[in-house]
Design a protein around this ligand. Structure first.
Ligand code: TRP
Length: 369
């Protein structure tokens, strides 16, 4: 099976505790984009499960959290019988791993070392591990790297390049933390094409990706307690985060105790009133999820100037609780068999596409006749 249309591809990492920041900021925009674009494009929506253990995880939960993510997509409105949308797990398509190895051998060590995600993640890990001891700083750092930072984290971008190149994807929505990886993908594709002839379709450069996806890229929901930073599960207290699995009552409480400001008038002003602005965004998003066609501006106008924050928060809290209840009902109603059938059929089709690309590469590098 060869895709007849240009390919949009995106991978969303498995996550067993999805919060509304992930949902409204990443998952829902992708699902909506897929719906809108699937007439003209093939949409590859996959779960990069092999990328999951480049940093330490609880392996006993991985398999289920991958399936759960697929369920969340369905509950978010992904149509399982749209044949232009392919939903698959990376590890079910062995060509990803095989192409990665080949690309690894054409990737410079130095080229990988400058990747900021690798540097950030390993630095975070080091900071959490390094304790004062007898060794010099440098020794301690290398010692910790040796024991804790995997080669997998290091060559993560090569696997990501394989994910994209196997399907000849032109469009890949990329957040800021992924732009370097896309640039690397273009790099290695061009380099291989120069060396071996036209092997790969080169994805569009980052600027064109942004032009293409435009507003499809979601808003960044902020932490409720500290609205200066984005909602992220690395916040240990959990008070600033609303998880999709939260009991609606406890979510209500979290909204009621969200940080606001001393200005005392509701308005959308991210700079001076980040907490209130965040609540206005959240309110708009849960309304949109309920099928209402509202914009952020409309919501901001509706509550503009309201001076009792408690009343405003209660409105947001009620609607967030309602959203969670609806979402959890939708999730419970997802047809398990339909998910498994969708994965199985996409994985079969995508194996065929990926194997064709892999074979072309294998021939080019001399592994096949
Ligand atoms: N690296 C991406 C992330 O952390 C996930 C991912 C893996 C991906 N392979 C991909 C995204 C290919 C787009 C295309 O979010």
């Amino acid at each position: 099976m060869k895709p007849s249309k240009p390919v949009i591809l995106t991978g969303v990492r498995a996550n067993n505790n999805i919060h509304i920041g992930n949902y409204f900021g990443a998952i829902l925009p992708i699902i909506n984009m897929a719906k809108r674009r699937s007439d003209e494009y093939d949409i590859n929506l996959f779960i990069p499960d092999l990328h999951s253990f480049t940093t330490p995880i609880d392996h006993s939960k991985l398999y289920d959290s991958v399936l759960n993510n697929a369920r969340v997509y369905a509950a978010a409105g992904l149509s399982l019988d749209n044949t232009s949308i392919h939903l698959y797990r990376q590890s079910y398509i062995p060509a990803h791993s095989e192409l990665t190895w080949i690309l690894d051998c054409f990737t410079g060590f130095g080229r990988m070392s400058i990747m900021t995600q690798f540097k950030d993640k390993s630095r975070k890990f080091l900071d959490s591990k390094i304790t004062k001891g007898e060794m010099s700083d440098e020794q301690r750092i290398w010692d910790t790297i040796d024991r804790n930072i995997s080669v997998g984290l290091f060559n993560y971008p090569v696997l990501m390049a394989a994910d994209i190149l196997l399907y000849g994807a032109t469009y890949v929505p990329v957040g800021d933390d992924q732009t370097q990886h896309l640039e690397f993908t273009r790099d290695i594709a061009e380099r291989m094409n120069r060396k071996f002839g036209d092997l790969f379709i080169v994805p569009k450069p980052v600027i064109q990706q942004h032009q293409f996806f435009g507003k499809d890229q979601g808003l960044r929901i902020k932490d409720l307690v500290n609205p200066a930073k984005k909602m992220s599960k690395s916040d240990e207290s959990g008070k600033g985060i609303i998880f999709l699995s939260d009991d609606p009552k406890s979510a209500h409480k979290k909204i009621m105790s969200a940080t606001t400001d001393s200005i005392g008038k509701v308005q959308y002003d991210k700079e001076n009133q980040p907490g209130i602005s965040n609540l206005l965004e959240i309110l708009t998003l849960v309304r949109q999820d309920a099928g209402r066609e509202v914009t952020l501006e409309q919501t901001a106008n509706e509550y503009f100037g309201m001076d009792r924050y408690g009343d405003f928060k209660r409105i947001v809290a009620d609607e967030v609780a309602e959203f969670l209840e609806n979402f959890q009902n939708r999730l419970a109603a997802v047809d398990e068999r339909a998910i498994e059938e969708k994965l199985a059929s996409s994985e079969k089709d995508m194996n065929a596409v990926a194997n064709e690309t892999l074979y072309r590469v294998q021939k080019a590098v001399g592994l096949r006749k």
